[in-house]
Write a protein of this length. Structure first.
Length: 149
């Protein structure tokens, strides 16, 4: 059975390219850029092994590959399911705060996210947003615990 990482690699998407895109979208939420860069690839790899995340990304790949048809074939702006997939991925990884990161990331057309088709575009934005949000939340929680001592 193929892993979701292997399926993404077939599309030209690697953990390295996801990390590079996440680094481009970096915003300092209490974690230095160097710390974030060091941790984000490992977080992405762990989340790609998560069953929920993998199944949602797999669904996005399937939907892009089968070519969901609309009345206006050039316009997917009325289609809400890509955003639902992206939001579900982001929130399953990073909780409610990840939604805000997802909204910011899905509006940016950078790196590997830009190259993806609509469903995978949103799924990757959700993956990166969820991972970065969780990374920031963990770091902020650790800082709060240190200052409480």
């Amino acid at each position: 059975m193929d892993t979701i990482s292997a399926r993404l690699q077939e599309k030209g998407i690697t953990t390295k390219s996801l990390k590079k895109t996440a680094s481009t979208l970096y915003f300092p939420y209490g974690v230095s850029k160097q710390e974030a860069d060091a941790d984000i690839a490992a977080m992405i790899e762990r989340m790609l092994d998560d069953g929920t995340v993998a199944s949602l990304i797999s669904a996005a790949i399937y939907l892009d590959d089968t070519g969901i048809k609309q009345k206006d074939k050039e316009c997917i702006t009325g289609l809400k399911s890509p955003a639902i997939i992206g939001t579900a991925i982001a929130e399953s990884i990073g909780g409610t705060y990840a939604y805000f990161e997802y909204t910011r990331f899905s509006r940016k057309d950078l790196g590997v996210v830009k190259a993806a088709h609509p469903f995978l575009h949103e799924a990757l934005a959700g993956l990166i947003a969820g991972c970065t949000s969780r990374l920031y939340s963990t770091a902020l929680s650790a800082d709060t615990q240190k200052s409480a001592r």
